[in-house]
Design a protein. Structure first.
Ligand SMILES: NC(=O)CC[C@H](N)C(=O)O
Length: 416
């Protein structure tokens, strides 16, 4: 008998959301305060408007407030949960089988995960992988991350797509006690990501030299031969794989904190400067990062930005950013390189975007989303300055865009 045919496949879990699995689900699915707690519900997602989605609590027995978003990637839940750009966010995974490769010490993008919680349709899948060192459930507990399983993630995702990413509270209460009005008030009082500077919370405390040798020894890819250039990477919440990719492309990498000034950056005498990804609102972090970026631009050094770094480069050049309704989070987003006409399948995680109409003369759009036409890359005409909204380092995701790291190193070599 196939697993599908069995009455209750163990990794499917049970839908706790009071919906008949065969009935059409509406974007507004979810119950109000008065709906009775389904038997066995030890967790809930409570939205600011009072909507309640019941589930089974997983991970840490606690409550966390944040922006509820969804990610459609089919792999890489550990990389996603440890991507510092998810600070302040609760991640709904639309793919099932979360947990199937367990967790390990290598597939992390930072040591301390910044995501506030996670939401799954099925129960956590037991690990079946030779690299699994710890089951996901234990890993979540050890990092204090609460989550929910058994939730109708399709209904939640459709709601987010229809109405935008809401503020919500994920609560895991093993005793089955829920103060729903208080939880909804917590969500309502949360100020939201607009205007929020979170890079300050996830950046490194002091400068350090990135040493990829440990990773290379573990069997990953690493730099071939001696470094050919020195890059200062400004850490707004940098993913490790970006630093690995820079090193693999031939860079010696010095990482500096988010609040570094242009003088702090240039003191390291870099051949090029990199602006990392990171959480929160680019305009808020830009309050201190834009003057730094403008100072670096004046130096004439090659400059490359990814995601938050891309958005803040645009701000430094005089453009504007705005908050998207739903954002882009997944690993199959098609992006067109307007210079070559090639389409890359990309990894994405962003909720803000550069306003194309605000780009000044001399700044070209180089990449565009084939989902919604939004700006995915810019470059300054005649200068070695460029950035992309998506994640060429992938992790998780396809590696179609790795060429951008080589492009940066080539621009550095040409500028030397
Ligand atoms: N991955 C990122 O760098 C995200 C950038 C920014 N926080 C956004 O949501 O748009």
């Amino acid at each position: 008998m196939s697993r599908r045919a069995s009455a209750a496949a163990p990794d499917e879990g049970t839908d706790m959301s009071n919906h008949d699995a065969t009935a059409p689900r509406t974007p507004a699915a979810g119950d109000g305060f008065d709906a009775p707690r389904p038997p066995g519900a030890t967790g809930a997602l409570v939205l600011a408007d009072g909507t309640v989605f019941w589930g089974r609590g997983i991970g840490a027995a606690t409550a966390q407030v944040g922006e509820v978003v969804f990610n459609t990637a089919m792999t890489g839940y550990q990389e996603t949960l440890t991507d510092p750009s998810y600070a302040g966010q609760i991640i709904t995974f639309t793919f099932p089988h979360i947990g199937n490769v367990g967790t390990n010490a290598e597939d992390i993008e930072t040591l301390t995960p910044a995501a506030r919680g996670l939401i799954l349709r099925a129960d956590i899948t037991p690990p079946a992988n030779w690299r699994a060192a710890k089951p996901l459930e234990d890993w979540l507990v050890s990092h204090g991350i609460p989550g929910l399983a058994g939730l109708d993630t399709r209904a939640l995702t459709r709601r987010i797509r229809a109405k935008g990413a809401p503020a919500g509270v994920v609560v895991h209460a093993p005793d089955g006690r829920f103060d729903l009005p208080a939880l909804a008030a917590l969500a309502r009082d949360w100020p939201g990501l607009k205007g929020m500077d979170l890079a300050r919370e996830v950046t490194c405390r002091q400068s350090y030299g990135w040493d990829e040798s440990e990773w290379t020894l573990r069997g990953g890819y690493g730099r071939q031969g001696e470094p050919r250039c020195h890059v200062v990477a400004v850490d707004f919440g940098a993913k490790r794989n970006i630093l690995r990719c820079l090193a693999a492309a031939g860079c010696r990498v010095t990482v500096v904190p988010a609040e570094s000034t242009a003088e702090d950056v240039l003191r390291h005498r870099p051949d090029g400067v990199f602006l990392s990804n990171g959480p929160g609102d680019p305009a808020a972090t830009g309050a201190y990062a834009v003057p730094m970026i403008q100072g670096v631009l004046e130096s004439g050094l090659p400059l490359f930005g990814i995601c938050l770094g891309h958005q803040m480069l645009a701000l430094a050049l005089g453009a504007k950013t705005f908050k998207m309704d739903t954002g882009h989070r997944g690993a199959n987003h098609p992006v067109k390189d307007l210079e070559t006409g090639k389409v890359e399948i990309t990894s994405q995680n962003h909720g803000f975007v550069v306003d194309e109409a605000s780009l000044p003369a001399g700044v070209a759009v180089t990449h565009r989303s084939l989902f919604d036409g939004s700006v995915e890359g810019i470059a300054v005409a005649g200068r070695p300055v460029f950035s992309v909204q998506y994640h060429p380092e992938a992790s998780p995701g396809p590696q179609d865009s790795h060429y951008l790291f080589q492009r940066f190193v080539d621009k550095i070599a040409a500028a030397k």
